[in-house]
Design a protein around this ligand. Structure first.
Ligand code: GAL
Length: 416
């Protein structure tokens, strides 16, 4: 075939060029809080990335701590210190928009959304959540649900109780269980899990619209209805374990499996933990229901990844984002994570019965955003709200907590 030396030289050069690009060594640092037993879904995604880009060394940098409480502090130091990771996990919505977008530290990903055709495959509301100032700021890898109540079906049967449908009903079920010798019918963990519970009591009491009015500054936290919901939250906390502050969300979930407690209100990463880590079967090893009073509502949050300005390995980070937003990427990650794909075209045959039920509800429910996981409130509010909850749990002073929350809302710019 090769007749002339020139042709031969050209072919060799072409072959070399291909080899060089295939072997081009690169690096990619991904930053998240998905460490330890929260890690398998992310690890599966990284494995897929490595299959596609075998010569890129991926540094999976994690900072342990549910809901990113610790990771956010480390990220702040790195962003301000001028050494951002190539791509980092952040909750879609206010958590990113109100911080690093406002500070001008993120790249606008609009052109990536255009070239990947993502505007058509992500729901309009999700795009709205990650957009501001004419830009799109992160790529959502999933949709998690906050308003889920987890239980152990065999234990509920043995105790002779059914799943309570409203918060007042929950409180009376709790009294019944206590009489039967269950010391802590409800299990909660460290501070952020209490904020998570608080948001579910609020939504279940005020309704979805009432919840939205709070963040739109239309209802004050000092409104009697909100003060009353704080009081209900206090009664719900009276059903809980006394060692909450020392428990991670996984340890709290363990108490449902062991039957030490009857209920846990947690996002559906708990489903990922039950199925992927604990190998339990949905409906048998663990049961679920919507949090009391929220059956028609889907309280959502989404994990997303952004591209900080000055990322050292920008090209590799863009390939990472492309994978995250792809159908293959989302359907690799989410069945292990307990979440559903943010994309509308995911292959539900890859998901278990819990996730399929979440996918159905995602389509048919009223959607509201989570405060505890960065969707609806600015960081200036969320970062200080933990102290309000701590104080409330210690004192059970509803009016005081409501006034403190209102002062925070005003300072954060959305309360009036
Ligand atoms: C949430 C996050 C979930 C899960 C959870 C527990 O904030 O969105 O993906 O990681 O925290 O850490």
């Amino acid at each position: 075939m090769i007749k002339t030396p020139i042709k031969k030289a050209l072919l060799i050069a072409a072959a070399l060029a291909t080899t060089t690009s295939a072997l081009a060594a690169g690096k990619l640092e991904i930053f998240s809080w998905w460490a330890g037993d929260e890690g398998p879904a992310l690890e599966a995604l990284i494995k897929l990335y490595k299959q596609k880009y075998p010569n890129v060394a991926v540094d999976n940098a994690t900072v342990t701590g549910g809901a990113g409480t610790n990771a956010r502090a480390v990220l702040k130091t790195r962003m301000l210190g001028g050494t951002p990771p190539d791509s980092f996990q952040v909750h879609a919505g206010q958590e990113l928009i109100g911080t690093w977008v406002v500070a001008g530290r993120m790249e606008d990903l609009s052109s990536l959304f255009k070239s990947e055709g993502w505007s058509k495959v992500f729901p309009a509301d999700v795009i709205k959540l990650i957009s501001s100032k004419g830009g799109i700021w992160s790529v959502p890898v999933n949709v998690h649900r906050s308003n889920v109540m987890w239980y152990n079906p065999a234990k509920l049967k043995a105790w002779g109780v059914t799943v309570p449908k409203t918060w007042p009903e929950f409180i009376s079920t709790c009294a019944t269980l206590k009489k039967k010798g269950v010391a802590a019918p409800l299990v909660v963990g460290e501070n952020w899990t209490q904020q998570h519970l608080w948001e579910n009591v609020m939504i279940g009491t005020l309704g979805a619209q009432g919840w939205e009015n709070l963040w739109a500054g239309k209802t004050k936290f000092t409104d009697p209805k909100v003060v009353g919901a704080f009081t209900t939250f206090g009664k719900v906390m009276d059903c809980a374990n006394k060692d909450a502050s020392g428990l991670s969300w996984q340890q709290a979930s363990d108490r449902i499996v062991s039957g030490q407690s009857a209920f846990n209100i947690m996002g559906d990463w708990a489903a990922g933990y039950f199925t992927t880590t604990k190998k339990l079967e949905p409906g048998k090893g663990f049961g679920w229901a919507t949090a009391p009073g929220t059956s028609k509502t889907f309280v959502m949050l989404a994990d997303s990844f952004g591209l900080p300005k000055g990322a050292k390995d920008r090209a590799e980070a863009i390939n990472w984002l492309k994978l995250l937003g792809s159908r293959e990427g989302q359907d690799t990650f989410n069945p292990l994570k307990g979440s559903i794909a943010a994309r509308t075209d995911s292959d539900l045959s890859k998901y278990n019965t819990y996730s399929r039920s979440a996918a159905t509800d995602w389509k048919n429910s009223k959607i509201v955003g989570s405060m505890a996981h960065g969707a609806v409130a600015p960081e200036s509010f969320t970062s200080a709200f933990g102290a309000v909850i701590d104080q409330f749990v210690a004192t059970k002073n509803s009016a005081g907590a409501a006034a403190a929350a209102q002062a925070l809302a005003v300072r954060s710019g959305f309360g009036k």
